[in-house]
Every structure is written in structure tokens, then in C-alpha cells.
Write a protein that binds this ligand. Sequence first.
Ligand code: ADQ
Length: 472
Amino acid sequence: MRRLIAISNRVQVDHEGETANRGGLAVALAVALRESNGIWFGWSGELTEEFTGQITFRRAEGVATATIDLEAQDIDEYYNGFANRTLWPLFHYRLDLTEIARDYAGGYARVNSRFADTVGPLIETDDLIWVHDYHLMPLGRLLRERGFDNRIGFFLHTPWPPPSLLVSLPDHRQLVESLLSYDVIGFHSYEWRQAFMDYVAAHLDARLEGDRVIFGARTSLLLICPIGLDTAEFCAAEGTPAAVEAETRLIDSAVGKDIIVGVDRLDYSKGLQERFSAYELLLTSRPDLCEKVFLLQIAPPSRGDVPSYQQIRADLNSLSGSINGEFAGIDWVPVRYVNKGYSRDQLFGIYRAARVGLITPLRDGMNLVAKEYVAAQDPADPGVLVLSCFAGAAAQLDSAVIVNPHSTEDMADGIARALAMPLSERRARHKAMLESVETQDVRWWSQRFMAALIAPDDAPEPGRVPADAAQK
Ligand code: ADQ
């Protein structure tokens, strides 16, 4: 088997040398890396006074990691700057929050070059290289310029924005052209891939042939490859003490009220303000539901160095306070708003206790929480997923109650419908979604991508991938 080198912005390794945060990319890549005796390369999360390119090698849970430290200026300009203040908002359709600065673009180019220079000596002739996410789009081109002719793939975890937004980025053409150095470019959904194709057709001197782009001497396959959960591992939480305790505590504290749960990183793309407003509208328009339900919103803070994230935190504090001030009674608090993280097992129990999973991002590449909610339900008496039509997950989980996250009325109706849904309908919807969550899991995802990287001509067009449903 050919060796895989996976490259991402962060390699999540904690101080004991174990891979941390097993819910994320770590899980997704661990199997492929272990099987191929591969290496996971990226930033350690640590700062250094002066960048030296020194690599720290470790082994964590059978996965070899190679990490570098970056300078404070790199983090300011590349990570907090171009990645989180320019690309993230732009790729989530938030031009109003997109900050354009030459320093950021310069830092992005510099750090990508540092990645290329440092990982280069680790690459052997037959290695497969898989680069992840918007932080590292130019890396493929930089490796080609350094003479690497390996098969190199790229996967985008976020949406791809429409061309009319992307052109706001100075050097947008150069950025997209650099992506065409990859042999395979993966997207979660038809919609994100179509937006990429629309840009290529309108702005590049390249040829589109079906799912390929031909640019100069190189052909890139544009692959729809929706990421999944490590479903078996996540479901193994069932019956664990932590899961049972979380579920029991939550149900006991609910004293017969229906629980609506949201779990999100505290991020403006997740539509939290709009969600709170929809819930407020529900309580206003359906007074019969007051004291019968509550919303548990779990949202651990992220990217606290970026001002727009400080703003959303302040907005949510104020919104939850005003809803509680307006509606709460002596023994009922309508919104429980919690700013901390929970273990995977606890999350399983929390999802299981909730009658409604309310996942309403304004834009989301995929959204794994929606899949976790489905996976955690009791098939005999499942809760209902209320899901934004603008999450990549909606293409696969089309048996959810699909809502428009920009319309508080539509969301409030969706929640009311979910709360009233009869058992037979809940079961039928859940069955369809669980099948997708079980069959198109994270192994399916990484195998699909790797197979396309090895032999693009054998990559099936996404007939079997319900992501195609997004065309509708
Ligand atoms: P994220 O934007 O981080 O990922 P998401 O897919 O929802 O979003 O994954 C979040 C993960 O964090 C989930 O596994 C969830 O359980 C966990 N999490 C959230 N809140 C938590 C809490 N309070 N405690 C513990 N864990 C918590 C990006 C893209 C997504 C895409 C993924 C994967 O933005 O669209 O689905 O990458 O490609």
C-alpha cells in the first residue's frame, strides 16, 4: 500500500502525545494513516521566536505526526488573518465580515511556503499527498514548483462561494489556478463543486469536461465526497456511564418538558442569533408551548482573538438574557445557554435526551453535529432533526425537517412541526437518515477520496452519493 502524507493547518496532539479532539480530522485521517503507515504533517499549535523548520516527530494512537512551530507574526497574518478574517467569512458568504489586507495575504503565502519547504524532505517518490482545507490552498502548486510529481489531492471542508463573491478577493485568479495543481479537489456537496466550476468557466482559461478541469498540461478531478462520522465509534458511547449520566441528568432536570438542543462552535456561520430569534418567535406565537419546552444551546467559544467572534458572543449573551427575562417563570428557564465543551460520550447522552435537534447554520460545508444527532437517537423513539437547507448535510439528510435559517418564521414553524410529529413519521424519517449516517461514514469518505487520488479514472461519478440531491 502506498504511503499517505496528510497535511493540515493543525495537527491535534496533546502534551501526552495522544491525538486530541477525536471528533475532528484526527478520526477521519487516523484509519487511512495507520493503514498506510503514513504521516500527518502540520502546525503544532505552538509558537516559536524564530521559524527554523525544525520538525517534531511523534506517534499518537498508532499515527505518526510531524509538526512545526510557527512565529507569532505567522499566526497573526496567516491564521487569525488570511484564514480566519478573510477566507472563512468569504467562504461562508459573509462579505460584510471579510477583511482584506496585504499583510494577511503575505503571511498566507509565507506560511504555505514554509509548509512546502519543511514537508518536502519527508516526501518520497510514491507517496500520496492529501492536503486539507482553506488554510493550505496554494500548497499543491508550491510542491509542484519544488519538483514533486506525486499524486496530490486537496479537500475543502468549507463551502466554496459563488464567483460573484470570490472575485472580492484580490488575486482570486491566482488562488484558484493554484488549486488546479492538485490531481483531485474534493467538495462536500454538489453545490460547492458547482460554484467552483462556475468560477472556472467564467474566469479561467481552462477547459471543463464533465467533472474534470483541464488547465495547461494538468487535469484535476472535481470530486463530491461528503464527510461522515466515525459512526461505529460514536455509537459505542451508548450505555457508557458518561452518556447515561448526561442523558439522565438532562431528562431529570427537564421534568417532563421537551428538550430542543443545539450544539455548535460559537461561530457566526452557525446562525445562532437567528436561531435564538426563531425560538423567541415560537414562544411568542405559540404561548401553549411556554413551560412545555426549553432550548439547550451548547456553544463553546472559538477564535476568541478575532473581533467578530467576540461580537457574536456578546450578541448571544444579550439575546439569551432577554428571552429568559421576558419568558422565564419561577421554575422554568426557556434558554439554557452553555459555553463549554463536552466529551463525545456526554454529547451522545445529551443528543439522545433531546426531542428536537436544532441545527440551523447560515452556511456550513457539511455539519457533523446533524449526523451525530441522528446517530444518537433511539430508533424506536427517535427525536426529530430540524436542519438548515444551507448545511452541506442537508443533501444527505433530506428526511430532516428542512428550514431556511434566514427566516425566523420558517424555523419557528419547523420546530413546532418537529415537536408535534407523530411517532410513525419520526421513525420513518430517522430510519432513512440513519442509513446514510451508517453507510457513508468517515471510512467511506476517506476511502472514496483516496481511491480517486490513486485512480481518478475509476472514480464513480456521484450516482451513489445522495449529495446529488442538492441539485434539486
Ligand atoms: P466545524 O465548523 O467545526 O467543521 P462541525 O462539522 O459541526 O463544524 O463539527 C464540529 C464538531 O465539534 C462536532 O464533531 C461536534 O460534536 C464538536 N463539538 C461542537 N460543540 C461541542 C461541544 N460543546 N463539546 C464537544 N464537542 C463539540 C468544519 C466545517 C464543517 C464540516 C467539518 C468537517 O465548518 O462544515 O462538517 O469541518 O469537514
